[in-house]
Ligand binder design. Structure first.
Ligand code: SF4
Length: 763
């Protein structure tokens, strides 16, 4: 048995990468997947309702929905179908399952296997030193958690984590519970993904959210720059918007270390050309930037635009916009003039000539949208990089007009909504004041811990209770072994979840799983059938209504769990029962506490919902410290990689959403039947003395020592010299906890210094 087989990867095989996304295979995989989990009837029932105005919101990514009248009958993508099927599966992981599987066995299983056992059916409890999870009644479960929380010597010995799937109503009630207890320890998955975007955008334009609409991309932008994002896998319906843009003559530039199929060509299965033809070519220009080379790229590009304007004033820069709406231009310009081109070319991995060509595209375009994702946000210099992207947009006034602006594309369906509802460890006093005025208690004012600080606190024994509203914290977090040990130092870990996952096994001395309803399921409470609301990447808030009967009578909604626990802890001090019985009560609170949410229930329940204020987009209003959009000076840095080492980015496969692994294929990259692969260029393999097919350990190097991820198949792949890629969560063990982005404290999962090493002899 070789190392890969020993790692459970005996079926791994590598084929040719695809040159086009979706097409017939996309439809076939969606149907096969849906039918295998849900059966034909349930598949049709659910898939015809996902992303529809009277249906439920896709529980996967946060790409926006077209206007209601433009929605297709099949308003979902392959990964949306997988997400729905994964949640609405007929499989059940019930008490019998847990009785038959000791925790020690479960810990040995893959993430895919754990979740593939189906939906949880009732609360499950793992007592201290017990070998098995056992059922617990809801009353007992909420009493247990309530007692642990109320007996804390300090409310800051509790941490309340939120995954981006939680609805706005659940998120609002949850932050209220934590603050009623007395803590701002409200880390969320955004800390690990777009926190760097929020920090950079807040500094430069006064709001931490994207400033474009779907129509800006599909109907108006002359040039769309997609950087550090793989929409074909992570936001697939975006390809439809890009296709529309192409068909009206827009240009697309893709900037990525990997030539992703979803950036090259789209075979839209809802169009004849996508079924029988070659589909639509997407990127007109592909720039294979070096991992972590984006700051150098944009700084170099901005210098070129400056010099072009020096040569022909007013042809490259929008001086009227700069003069009226911005400050800091002169300092930024001076920094660009001082840049060293050799350094720019080395750090970006791109020649000046290629950046000149990009500048030609930019100057030819009267409106530009820049879309990005984790490829920009999970680096030490991520905030500086995104600020430099904003410099690029401000130079030509590409904000606050049709077809122009920044578009950080959120990964999780309601991660932006949760933040809007107060899920943030550093909420402003204005929000906390509104909470005080609404509920009659003074919330804590001291900033809480974000995700990385929460892990540090758990590691250092400062946390007794870790509570997670959804998600798979232990798998999503960096430094897997350190995080697991940190969680194990907690007295109690509690997970609200739909399915069994790694975090339920990397747990505290006691552990509790509280099974909740999913988005696809009807939620009937005392006040009748309930709906919830979510917010997408374009700041559109809309309703989501489930249609299926609950997977088990033993499930409760997220809202019912949170308000039930709060009742257990605080009685009826702020009206928890009413909030739990009728979510419009929560929405009335939201309307009075959350800025821009006036008349929330009425506006969110109308077909298509409503758009939250976007001052820069709506009126070129910049609520920064100076009231202007801010140019910034960003020192051009990049990670230095010692000889014999590579810079690794962690990525998703096409059969994955965040840490949820739907299957073992990544057909766009030619990977089938396994996940322990590391993508490296032919040039580097030759230089390092390895070959395609070798099995290696990945070893990361950090100031506190080395971290090892064993048994990865070396896969030759087109990527710039010095770069590598491997899937998370398998590669998260390599990301040091203390390796975080400046300012945002986001783990640097996209730039980890590693070396390949022949596997050690197995004992
Ligand atoms: S693009 Fe995202 S939100 Fe839309 S169906 Fe696909 S996974 Fe779901």
């Amino acid at each position: 048995m070789n190392d890969l087989q020993a790692a459970g990867e005996g079926n791994l095989r590598i084929g040719e990468p695809e040159a086009a996304a979706v097409g017939i295979p996309g439809v076939a995989v969606s149907v096969r997947y849906a039918f295998s989990e849900m059966g034909p009837a349930r598949s049709v029932q659910t898939l015809l309702k996902v992303n529809q105005a009277d249906g439920f919101d896709c529980p996967s990514c946060a790409w926006g929905d077209p206007a209601v009248r433009q929605r297709k009958h099949a308003e979902f993508c392959e990964n949306g179908a997988k997400a729905v099927a994964w949640e609405a599966t007929r499989k059940r992981a019930d008490a019998g399952f847990f009785a038959g599987h000791p925790v020690a066995f479960l810990r040995e299983q893959t993430d895919h296997w754990l979740e593939s056992n189906g939906r949880l059916t009732e609360p499950m409890y793992l007592a201290q030193d017990a070998t098995h999870y056992v059922p617990l009644s809801w009353d007992e479960a909420l009493k247990l958690v309530g007692a642990r929380l109320r007996s804390l010597p300090d409310p800051n010995r509790a941490v309340f984590y939120t995954s981006g799937r939680a609805s706005n109503e659940a998120a609002f009630a949850y932050q209220l519970l934590a603050r009623r207890l007395g803590t701002n320890n409200l880390p969320d998955c955004s800390n690990m993904c777009h926190e760097s975007s929020g920090a950079a955008l807040s500094q430069t334009i006064g709001i931490g959210k994207g400033q474009v609409t779907l129509e800006d991309i599909s109907q108006h932008a002359a040039l769309i720059v997609i950087v550090g994002q793989n929409p074909g896998t992570n936001h697939p319906r975006m390809l439809s918007s890009l296709e529309e843009a192409k068909q009206r003559g827009a240009k697309i530039v893709a900037v990525n270390p990997l030539p992703e199929a979803g950036l090259i060509r789209f075979k839209n299965p809802q169009k004849a050309r996508g079924i029988a033809g070659r589909g639509t070519r997407l990127a007109d220009r592909f720039l294979p930037v070096r991992v972590n080379g984006d700051l150098a790229l944009f700084a170099g590009l901005n210098r070129i635009l400056l010099e072009r304007d020096d040569a022909a004033p007013g042809t490259a820069l929008d001086h009227a916009f700069i003069g009226k709406y911005t400050d800091g231009f002169d300092q930024a310009a001076a920094a660009w003039r001082a840049l060293d081109w050799t350094r720019i070319e080395t750090l970006s991995g791109l020649s000046r000539a290629r950046l000149e060509e990009l500048a030609d595209d930019v100057i030819a375009a009267d409106s530009v949208v820049v879309c990005w994702a984790m490829g920009l946000t999970q680096h030490k210099n991520a905030v500086e990089t995104i600020r430099e992207v904003m410099n690029f947009l401000l130079l030509r006034g590409n904000i606050g007009r049709p077809g122009a602006g920044p578009c950080p594309v959120r990964g999780h369906s309601n991660v932006q909504g949760d933040r809007t509802m107060g899920i943030y460890e550093k909420m402003p006093d204005s929000f906390l004041d509104a909470l005080r005025d609404e509920f009659g208690f003074d919330p804590p004012r001291g900033h809480g811990w974000d995700t990385v600080d929460s892990i540090r606190a758990m590691r250092d024994g400062k946390v007794d209770v870790f509570f997670a509203l959804g998600g798979n914290f232990a798998a999503a977090a960096p430094d897997t072994l350190v995080t697991a040990a940190a969680l194990a130092r907690c007295q109690l870990t509690v997970h609200v979840a739909t399915k069994l996952n790694r975090s339920h096994l990397m747990c505290g001395r006691e552990a509790l799983i509280l099974p909740c309803l999913g988005r696809t399921e009807r939620d009937v409470r005392g006040g009748g059938e309930q709906y919830v609301t979510v917010e997408d990447s374009m700041s559109v808030v809309h309703a989501s209504r489930g249609l299926l009967p609950p997977a088990s009578p033993g499930l409760r909604s997220e809202v019912a769990i949170v308000t039930g626990l709060a009742q257990e802890m605080f009685g009826e001090d702020v009206g928890w029962r009413a909030m739990g019985e009728d979510y419009s009560v929560i929405r009335s609170h939201i309307a009075r506490v959350v800025p821009g949410c006036e008349d929330y229930s009425a506006r969110s329940s109308q077909p298509g919902g409503f758009v939250l204020p976007r001052p820069p987009h709506d009126s070129r209003t910049f609520r920064t410290s100076t009231g202007k959009a801010r140019f910034t000076v960003n020192e051009v840095t990049a990670i230095c990689v010692p000889p014999g080492h590579l810079l690794l980015q962690t990525i998703r496969s096409h059969d994955q959403f965040n840490t949820t692994v739907y299957g073992l294929d990544d057909r766009y990259r030619g990977v089938h039947g396994g996940r322990r692969v590391v993508f490296v260029s032919a040039e580097d393999l030759a230089g390092l003395g390895f070959a395609d097919g070798d099995v290696v350990d990945l070893v990361s190097v950090w100031s506190d020592g080395e971290r090892r991820a064993p048994a990865f198949r070396v896969t030759e792949y087109p990527t710039p010299a010095g770069c590598a890629a491997a899937y998370f969560p398998e590669a998260n063990v390599l990301v040091p906890l203390d390796s975080t982005a400046d300012i945002s404290n986001t783990p640097t999962s996209k730039s980890v210094v590693i070396r390949l090493e022949r596997p050690r002899a197995r004992t």
